[in-house]
Structures are given as C-alpha cells and as structure tokens.
Design a protein. Structure first.
Length: 183
C-alpha cells in the first residue's frame, strides 16, 4: 500500500489526492473483479498496480483539462473586461458566435452528404495550404477535374444550405466568389 501511494504521489504531484485515487482504484478493482480471477498474490498486485496507475493518470489528465479550461475562462473574462463590453454588445457577440458555430455545423453536415468525389475535392481544395496545381500533382488528379468537382461541390453545398434555410436564396450564383476561393 505505501508503494502504491508513493507511485500515485509521483504521478499527481499533489499528495492530497493520493488517497482519493487509491480509493477509486480499489473500488474499481473490487467492482470489476472476483477473487477467483487472480492466479496468485503477484498477479493480484500487478493488476492492482496497473489500476492505480491508470486511475492516477486519469485524475492527472482531468485536472490538467480543468486547469486549461479555467485559464481559458479567466483569459476570456479579462479580455471582456479590458474591451469594456456592454451587456448588449456581449449578447450580440455571443449570438454571432452561436450563429457562426451553427453555420459551421450545417456546412460540415452538408459536406458529409456530398458524393465521395465532391467530398474529396472540397477536402483537398479547402483544407490544404497548397496551390491547387500542387495538390493535383501529388494526388495524380487532372487539374480541370479537381477544379470542376470543387465548383460542383460548392454549388451543391450552397443549394442544400439554401434548401435548409441556412443561406438566403439568391437569383444568380456568385461565380467570382467561388472562383477566387478555389483558384
């Protein structure tokens, strides 16, 4: 037991959590295993040691995530305070962020609904920081083929988003916008 406690302390750095981790690990082992599952004392100790190490690592990761989240919230709070936001501007900004997140989810869902060729074209064109001709060389796809698939995919995404009511219906396609985004 003292060996396991020191092992947990080394992983967590915070000795006050060692007993909690050990208790959680023991509870987990007792709830999952039967006494007859262990061949001998060495096997039982090895199993318990692994459970304690895994539980300690999980505590460490969870704590690290909590600290990162706390720092992000504090940074956001400081940024908001330093920018002298009014309650109305905060509501507007939050609504804009929600709308943008919703739009991105809708676009991702729509991209998943595309044909495999169009999905590949969109992925190649918009997720790489390379010129289109370079991507074509690497993939062995003719430039005109990839470009036409990307155009068709953008049109299909726009059409589906308009049908869903996410984008307003337009009288004519914005060819220049598409062309500059793809080329």
């Amino acid at each position: 037991m003292p060996i396991l406690r020191s092992l947990v302390r080394n992983i967590l750095i915070d000795p006050s959590l060692a007993d909690d981790v050990l208790q959680d690990a023991f509870t987990l082992v007792i709830s999952k295993r039967q006494e007859s599952d262990f061949k001998d004392e060495h096997h039982a100790y090895s199993y318990m040691r692994r459970a304690v190490v895994n539980t300690a690592i999980n505590y460490y990761r969870r704590r690290r995530r909590e600290i990162v989240d706390l720092k992000e919230r504090e940074a956001k709070s400081r940024r908001i305070q330093s920018e002298n936001w009014t309650p109305l501007s905060l509501l507007i900004r939050e609504e804009q962020e929600n709308l943008q997140a919703n739009l991105m989810r809708q676009v991702q869902t729509t991209v998943e609904e595309l044909s495999p060729e169009q999905k590949e074209a969109i992925t190649l064109v918009f997720t790489r920081n390379q010129k289109l001709k370079q991507v074509c060389k690497e993939r062995g796809i003719p430039y005109t083929t990839l470009r036409s698939r990307a155009f068709a995919a953008v049109d299909e995404i726009r059409k589906r988003l308009q049908i869903k009511g996410v984008l307003p219906a337009t009288r004519s396609g914005s060819y220049e916008l598409r062309r500059s985004a793809i080329d």
